[in-house]
Design a protein around this ligand. Sequence first.
Ligand code: SF4
Length: 272
Amino acid sequence: MDFVRAKEIIEEMADAHVTGISFTAGEPLMFKEDVCGLIQVCRQNRIYTRVVTNGFWANTSDLADKMVSALRKSGLSQLRISTSRWHQENIDSVNIVRAAAACVKQGLDYFVSFVTDFSETDDAVEQFLKDNKLLYYPEPVIYFGRAQSFDRKQIFTDYYPNMCSMNAYVSPNLDMYACCDAGNRFSETGFLYLGNLEKESVDELFKKKEQHQIYHLIRTLGLTRMASYLGYNASEIVRYRKCELCEILFNSKKNLKKLEQGIDDLTIRLRN
Ligand code: SF4
């Protein structure tokens, strides 16, 4: 993404009342100078910032200190350090400890995002985080992108409503999606695609997002009740993680048509 264009987009986002931006997907700190510059633009516009990183840059304590210092000086609000048994195939686990230690030392808010499939295989990763007294939160692996090829254990969840706040996502080619985790995943329907910022403004695309009736139902009624409305049995619904259920429901033209026709009915359910 061109730096000047990225800067303009952040300014347009500020005008559209965006209050938080996360630099994520891939490894943003491979573009340290640009990301630091964009964090400064966010700070000037009073936008909370987060960078999601795998900590590849923390090979020594000195290097970790330098990176954290640059981020802090740029005005970064929070660093989120990702770890998992898959990340650690390429990055030394000690990098996570060094990155976190540099944040603590320099007063930068951080947490470790422990990406897991909730199998016992991941207990060793979690024990490592505990042993090193790191602040961490487990986060479910989303089986999109490269993770699509991972083995999946069948799970049975509780009957959660599965609402989703839907944070918008802008890709390097300026495509904007209504959800950060979807990207171009919904290939059959393009359900979460809002448009491209070369052709439409930030404001126009946010308006599309806010006025979309099915997105509104995802935020308020939740995926579970929509799945039930579409005829999925409760015994099937509890087998899916949230984003998988989302894909099953909305990457189907047939389901979308039925939902569009049933909007009034679903809106009444929302009131009950
Ligand atoms: S549930 Fe759907 S809208 Fe929400 S994060 Fe997952 S894919 Fe995106």
